[in-house]
Design a protein around this ligand. Structure first.
Ligand SMILES: NC(=O)c1ccc[n+]([C@@H]2O[C@H](COP(=O)([O-])OP(=O)(O)OC[C@H]3O[C@@H](n4cnc5c(N)ncnc54)[C@H](OP(=O)(O)O)[C@@H]3O)[C@@H](O)[C@H]2O)c1
Length: 266
């Protein structure tokens, strides 16, 4: 049985990968950093868990030892993001040389002036978080040229409410002019578990099929239009970072459903 390492195994995407990995035939190892897997979540027994602070290259080497494939989801947004996103991703890419590596990146590597970004479009981030993810992409491609660099969009729809669901329930102002391609976390996890079996060096876009504003997305997730306000983006936010994921649609069996389809089924 092949062994798959999922970094950030207690994260929103990581959890979904840990739960689905064994059913797809993987012997799963997963890392946690500050939040160990909790009992009753179906996580503890689904993987062999190791604690790792991936900002340190020795920790990345220890986590990777003995695995065949790595999906690197661990990241941070806000304080410490450069160290985790850039130095941590470089450490994982270096430790995973010779292994299959799928590195998670983001739609916000683009400047958002155009939308419907394709894999060959050049990153040009407008804020510090986007710059850290773009620099991580650059280093991963340099250190591990065979790696697949998956750019995705807002992730939602898991077994437990995630950041998008919490924002829709608690937020008061939502951008009408920031466009994204939200992706359901189960669809994304299934697509990633397909991608690991393919040879796909370079970028791959895995966004949901529908492009919509943060405001419309919040309403779809249940925010009450009577309670929330419409807002406009500021210079440090990329306006339209919707993703063209037609390459993935042609390559993969998994369909990355649009938010209208997923959320109207609920
Ligand atoms: N969420 C979105 O809407 C979105 C949008 C576009 C792209 N993405 C990309 O998708 C990926 C997964 O996102 P997510 O929402 O699933 O993330 P998440 O829920 O915030 O989880 C991030 C994980 O990173 C781990 N981590 C943080 N610092 C670490 C360190 N120093 N060493 C090791 N692990 C560390 C955390 O571990 P502990 O919990 O144990 O501390 C956590 O499990 C990221 O690469 C992100 O850029 C996400």
């Amino acid at each position: 049985m092949q062994r798959l390492l999922i970094t950030g195994g207690c994260g929103y995407l990581g959890r979904e990968l840990v739960r689905r990995g064994p059913a797809r035939g993987w012997d799963v190892r997963a890392t946690w950093f500050e939040r160990p897997p909790q009992g009753g979540t179906g996580l503890q027994d689904a993987a062999d868990w190791v604690q790792a602070d991936l900002r340190h290259v020795e920790a990345a080497w220890r986590a990777v030892a003995g695995v065949d494939v790595v999906i690197h989801t661990a990241y941070r947004q806000g304080a410490g993001e450069w160290e985790v996103n850039v130095e941590g991703s470089a450490a994982v890419a270096e430790a995973a040389r010779g292994l299959r590596l799928v590195h998670l990146s983001s739609d916000v590597v683009f400047d958002g002036t155009r939308g419907r970004y394709r894999e060959e479009d050049a990153p040009d981030p407008v804020n510090a978080y986007g710059r850290s993810k773009a620099e991580a992409e650059r280093l991963v491609a340099e250190l591990h040229p065979d790696a697949t660099i998956v750019r995705t969009s807002l992730i939602y729809g898991g077994a437990e409410p995630g950041p998008q669901e919490r924002l829709a329930a608690e937020g008061t102002r939502f951008f009408v002019d920031e466009i994204r391609s939200p992706v359901q976390v189960g669809d994304l996890a299934e697509a990633l578990l397909e991608v690991v079996a393919l040879e796909l060096p370079g970028a791959l876009h895995l966004g949901g099929a529908d492009d919509l504003s943060r405001y419309d997305f919040a309403v779809l997730l249940g925010a009450d239009p009577e309670r929330i306000e419409q807002a406009h983006t500021t210079a440090d936010r990329a306006p339209d970072v919707s993703l063209d994921s037609s390459r993935a649609a042609a390559l993969l069996q998994t369909r990355l459903r649009g938010a209208y389809e997923v959320l109207s089924e609920r």
